[in-house]
Design a protein around this ligand. Structure first.
Ligand code: AHZ
Length: 309
């Protein structure tokens, strides 16, 4: 039945441009009505294990020397990864995400609502990535935040020079001190499985792993169980005196401030997204995401500047 009647797309509100659903391919359609004779080819369990572990350990080996490492795969981190991966296919880019599911707070538009608001000119980035939206004048609306997050993630994960390590927490920063000037440069990240990081208090001897990298981009969100990681560490390692602490919600001020202040905070460490509000004492903006994608864009530009120095 499905094979002979491909789904037709219905445009309910006459607003959203919807790509027509393609017909189901013949070889896939041939499966229908033949389930009694259906069988997979046989497989040995170890084949499945090796298919995963060989690739994972090869990736660990490859990316333990990265050109750029992004910490945090929320809306800002994924936007930065998209731009870096697109502009510089020659660079090895690792993304470390503490959660099993990358995306941070960008699976919902706000509270538990679906639609995601982005103020212009962030719509230019949506057009670039291929995320449809409704134009409301000064701002645009993506019909589901998950559509933005899944679309950008699918593009980023297809890039051959990018590897996402999810369920992996950055526990510390690697530093190098210049012998003459005494200046400290961030030279990589210290990682661990997130489940391990959560149990340092009740288990011992769970040493971490490392990634050496030229530039670290930290986009770990505002303070929380895992948030604002790098800037908090900069305070405890005495690289910055104290954090300004995120201020109350002011959409008018907050988004401009986050984009403008996205920068290299200490040598080798670029910070963007809501992590920045903790450094500078900037306002939060609540459920509007234009600043996150444009901060990602600016962080990518800043990162390449630092990388090419
Ligand atoms: O799991 C975190 C999330 O996915 C991840 N993360 C945090 N600490 C980490 C660590 N190692 C690895 N030590 C870590 N990963 O970083 C991601 C941050 O995503 P986010 O969505 O929380 O931050 P963002 O800055 O990309 O987007 C912020 C979205 C917000 S918050 C806000 C408000 O509160 O007013 N408004 C907006 C638009």
């Amino acid at each position: 039945v499905l094979a002979s009647h491909p789904l037709k797309t219905v445009n309910l509100d006459n607003k959203t441009d919807v790509t027509p659903t393609p017909a189901i391919k013949d070889d896939l359609a041939a499966l229908f009505n033949n389930w009694d004779s259906f069988t997979f080819a046989p497989i040995r369990e170890s084949t499945v294990s090796r298919a995963m572990t060989r690739r994972y350990f090869n990736d660990l080996d490859t990316y333990t020397e990265s050109d750029i490492t992004i910490v945090g795969a929320g809306s800002a981190g994924l936007s930065c990864a998209y731009v870096l991966g697109t502009l510089r296919p020659d660079l090895k880019i690792s993304i470390l995400e503490a959660g099993v599911a990358p995306g941070g707070g960008a699976w919902l538009g706000g509270q538990l609502f679906s639609a995601m608001v982005m103020r212009k000119p962030a719509h230019l980035f949506l057009e670039q990535v291929g995320v449809p939206f409704e134009d409301e004048g000064d701002y645009v609306v993506v019909k589901h935040a998950a559509l933005f997050t899944s679309t950008i993630m699918s593009k980023v994960l297809q890039m051959p020079n990018i590897k996402l390590f999810n369920a992996t927490t950055v526990e510390d920063l690697i530093t190098r001190q210049d012998k003459e000037t005494g200046e400290v440069r961030i030279a990589g990240v210290v990682t661990n499985w997130t489940l391990v990081s959560m149990h340092h208090d009740d288990q011992s001897c769970m040493d971490p792993n490392t990634i050496n990298t030229n530039v670290v981009v930290s986009m770990t969100g505002h303070d929380g169980p895992f948030g604002a990681f790098s800037v908090k560490r900069l305070v405890s390692m005495k690289q910055i005196e104290e954090l300004g602490g995120m201020r109350g919600l002011d959409m008018g001020k907050a988004e401009d401030a986050i984009v403008k202040r996205t920068r290299e905070i200490v040598p080798g460490l670029v910070v963007g997204g809501m992590e920045l509000s903790e450094v500078d004492g900037a306002n939060r903006m609540g459920p509007t995401f234009g600043a996150m994608v444009l901060s990602g864009l600016k962080a990518a530009e800043e990162t390449l500047r630092v990388f090419d120095l």
